[in-house]
Design a protein around this ligand. Structure first.
Ligand SMILES: [Zn+2]
Ligand SMILES: [Zn+2]
Length: 217
């Protein structure tokens, strides 16, 4: 029995989108975490494996994490899409989802429901806790599964780097808090799955990430 996390690096921004499932779950239920430009390889995989997406959870609503939502809904039918309430309206607004700055502007389908800090979501025999990790964007979230020692961190923390904080809706103080008071409180053995680049662990980043040194931000 294990938690399977399949990574798809999609679109021109090399955005990591993930298909997550409990391999012991006979219902073949899965989650889609983010859905970027050119999502076909991920959608093909889901169809070929006979998986049944129960949720699409958005780590945040920048265009490179939402641009494939229309195609996903066309291919897979209704899948409930969730994001943090602080990004209500981002999908539909090219200025907020940043696609206005890299045309064509993207208007993705609105989310179906919001998720909140501290909420627990169940996938097979695993529970994920939603951690609000704003800074890169106001509604950034991390999905943390303590049992599997896994955290999907979106664009907050990368291997050796952190997400950009120079966008109109970014916030430096929020980023510092999310990194130091939220993510760095997770156990060292936690594997992180970021929105871009390779996976790492909290322990490795705590030791070697230059942005996590005192007064680096
Ligand atoms: Zn982003
Ligand atoms: Zn991104």
């Amino acid at each position: 029995m294990s938690l399977l996390i399949e990574r798809f690096e999609l679109g021109d921004f090399a955005t990591n989108c993930y298909v997550v499932r409990d391999d012991a779950d006979r219902s073949k239920s899965c989650w889609i975490i983010d859905c970027s430009y050119s999502p076909e390889p991920m959608l093909d995989f889901i169809e070929q494996q006979g998986l049944k997406p129960s949720l699409c959870i958005l780590t945040h609503c920048h265009c490179d994490h939402i641009a494939g939502l229309s195609k996903m809904k066309l291919r897979l039918g209704p899948v409930n899409v969730l994001c943090h309430r602080a990004e209500a309206g981002f999908n539909e607004d090219p200025n907020l989802n940043l696609s206005a700055f890299i045309p064509p502007g993207i208007q993705a389908p609105p989310v179906d429901a919001y998720i909140n800090e501290g909420q627990m979501l169940e996938l097979g025999s695993y529970y994920f806790k939603i951690l609000h990790t704003p800074g890169h964007s106001p509604g950034g979230i991390t999905l943390w599964c303590e049992k599997a020692s896994v955290a999907l961190v979106g664009d907050t923390l990368f291997q050796g780097s952190i997400g950009r904080i120079d966008f109109p809706t970014s916030d430096l103080e929020d980023m510092k808090h999310s990194l130091m008071e939220v993510l760095m409180t997770l156990p060292d053995a936690t594997t992180i799955y970021p929105g871009h680049g390779e996976q790492s662990t909290i322990g490795i980043e705590r030791k070697s990430n230059p942005y996590l040194r005192p007064n680096a931000l």
